[in-house]
Write a protein of this length. Structure first.
Lengths: 415, 108
């Protein structure tokens, strides 16, 4: 792999950019791999990357039915933060956030991580208490966050209207080291690094069946034929229920649509990320100048990657009260992704009823921020075969044991 | 926009008038049930890519509960039926089977 650098840009500029190579290979599948990962979203690719980097396991294939990063990884509003309430969540999200800080150097790929700061607005009395509690929890967890009053919110976000009649801004939870990153670049950067370690990333290849014998997985059936493996990792987000069905077990989650939209580009007006959880409105300004807005989930099971229009309308209607200036903006595009939501709004990482099959799912509406931490944890589980490390608390068994990692009490949503 | 006909009042209600409440026909276990049964009741869900049976409530209408059969891949609605039943009506199952020959049938 030729490294990207300022020197490389100068060299290529001098020869009309004829020397750039493909960022990753597109090989045909081999007949056998040590580890197969299903799903080339951020989580699947990061899992493969840390299997190679942390454990030296490189005979790995990542199988993707569409194009890499074309699932939720390429559809999300890219908010990165780690101000969760429960200790296991703070541990894995903070690990992820800290890995984002050095990701561009580590992967030699510019993921445009922008630690511009994230505010979660308190717009009800209940939220004031909730976020003050989270700020205290974060202090104990070593995650730097701070409760701020309305004046400081206004200072950080001059375009905000503090005294809206329905949704006044009463303060906020501020994480100065949260921010955003370029979603595609995260998938592309990991893919390039994986390919460089000799791993095969196989796109346009749908997994259609799981081969089993004696309670273990022996391989997978795909639209490009059968492939054998010693270990299997399922990392397919909204399609997890469907894949588990193929493998013969059930999961405690449901797949629903989550939507987002962007406006026409405008001059810089907001240099932090603002989350308004009460109204399910999440807004930041992209480097191109578009206002990027995330909404809430639909209420019913759905695999179509299209959501209901009235949810976008509700989000925008509420945000206009808090950001009056956006009422003049034209919205350019809107889209949906299918997110896998668990009962306690926390992910599942760990073993399955099948011996050598591991699962990473349930990130729901908020897993982009977790990609490096999740891949790190999942690689440990696959390499050792044990649910340990950052993943230890996130096992499938927690629902039977009543050991929830309850983040729904903290935010109701988990962007 | 999803439109479901409420079998209680006969109105073709659009989804802003309705509340979705997840998988239908779940067996509700009580005190003394095994850990497995309680976990299944409270957390495990059918999450099919295809035919799904659901509970809905006509909240901004007659207020009553009912059931619906829908396809989660196309959002096609196969039909709605009263909530006072333990499984989907035979005619509805037959109608779905005709449209989706590969469908494995109703599973609890
Ligand atoms: C609108 C929206 C906004 C969001 N906003 C945020 C946010 O601001 N911050 C945040 O942290 N998170 C956010 N999220 C959540 C975040 O996008 C996801 O949690 C995260 O991207 C999940 O990554 P993944 O790699 O697990 O899944 P995906 O990126 O969906 O990857 C799974 C891959 O598996 C593939 N696959 C599925 N079935 C098969 C099969 N049978 N065979 C082969 N391949 C298969 C899919 O094609 C897909 O590419 C948002 C999500 C949406 C939809
Ligand atoms: Zn009715």
């Amino acid at each position: 792999m030729k490294r990207y650098s300022a020197f490389a840009i100068a060299r290529e500029a001098a020869r009309y950019h004829t020397g750039w190579e493909r960022a990753w290979r597109s090989p045909e599948p081999k007949s056998h791999y040590d580890v197969i990962i299903i799903g080339a979203g951020g989580h699947g690719l990061a899992t493969a990357y840390y299997l190679g980097k942390n454990y030296g396991i490189t005979n790995v294939a990542v199988i993707e039915k569409g194009w890499l990063g074309g699932g939720n990884t390429g559809r999300n509003t890219t908010i990165i933060r780690s101000n969760y309430l429960q200790d296991p969540s703070a541990a894995i999200y903070e690990k992820a956030r800290s890995l984002y800080e050095t990701m561009s150097q580590d992967l030699n790929y510019n993921v445009m991580f922008s630690p511009r700061g994230v505010i979660m607005l308190a717009q009800t009395e209940h939220e004031i208490r909730g976020y003050q509690r989270t700020a205290h929890a974060n202090a104990l967890q070593g995650v730097k966050t701070e409760w701020i009053g309305p004046e400081r919110v206004k200072q950080l976000v001059p375009i905000i209207e503090l005294s809206g009649p329905r949704y006044p801004v009463l303060g906020g939870l501020w994480q100065s080291r949260g921010g955003t990153a370029r979603h595609d670049a995260v998938a592309w950067g990991y893919a390039r690094a994986c390919s460089n370690m000799g791993m095969d990333i196989i796109q346009q290849c749908e997994v259609t069946g799981i081969d089993k014998s004696d309670g273990n997985v022996t391989g997978i059936q795909t639209t490009k034929g059968a492939i054998k493996c010693n270990k299997l990792g399922m990392v397919v987000a909204g399609n997890s229920g469907h894949l588990a069905d193929m493998a013969g077990f059930r999961l405690p989650l449901e797949s629903v649509a989550l939507q987002a939209l962007v406006s026409e580009p405008i001059k810089p007006c907001m240099d932090v990320v603002v989350m308004a959880n009460t109204v399910h409105g999440y807004m930041s300004q992209s480097d191109k100048g578009e206002m990027v807005i995330g909404g809430g989930t639909d209420g019913f099971n759905n695999y179509t990657q299209r959501g209901s229009f009235h949810h976008l309308e509700e989000t925008v209607r509420a945000l206009i009260e808090t950001f009056p200036m956006i009422s003049r903006l034209k919205m350019l595009r809107h889209w949906g992704g299918i997110v896998d939501v668990t009962g306690d709004r926390s992910p599942i990482i760990g073993t399955t009823p099948l011996g050598n099959c591991y699962i990473n799912c349930g990130w729901g509406t908020g897993g982009f921020k977790a990609i490096p931490g999740s891949g790190w944890a999942m690689a440990e589980v696959i390499a050792t075969g044990e649910p340990q490390g950052l993943a230890a608390e996130f096992g499938l068994n927690r629902f039977q044991e009543g050991r929830f990692i309850d983040e729904s009490v903290a935010a109701g949503v988990a962007h | 926009m999803l439109i479901l006909t409420c079998p209680n009042c006969g109105i073709a209600a659009d989804e802003t008038e309705l509340h979705a409440d997840g998988q239908a026909h779940i067996t509700r276990h009580g005190a003394g049930a095994s850990d497995d049964d309680l976990e299944t009741y409270l957390f495990m869900r059918n999450n099919p890519k295809g035919v799904h049976f659901e509970r809905w409530r006509h909240v901004y209408g007659c207020g009553k509960w009912f059931h619906a059969a829908r396809c989660t891949m196309t959002l096609e609605v196969f039909g709605t039926y009263p909530a006072q039943t333990l499984e989907p009506p035979k005619e509805l199952v037959a109608k779905i089977k005709k449209k989706r020959p590969d469908w494995e049938g109703f599973v609890k």
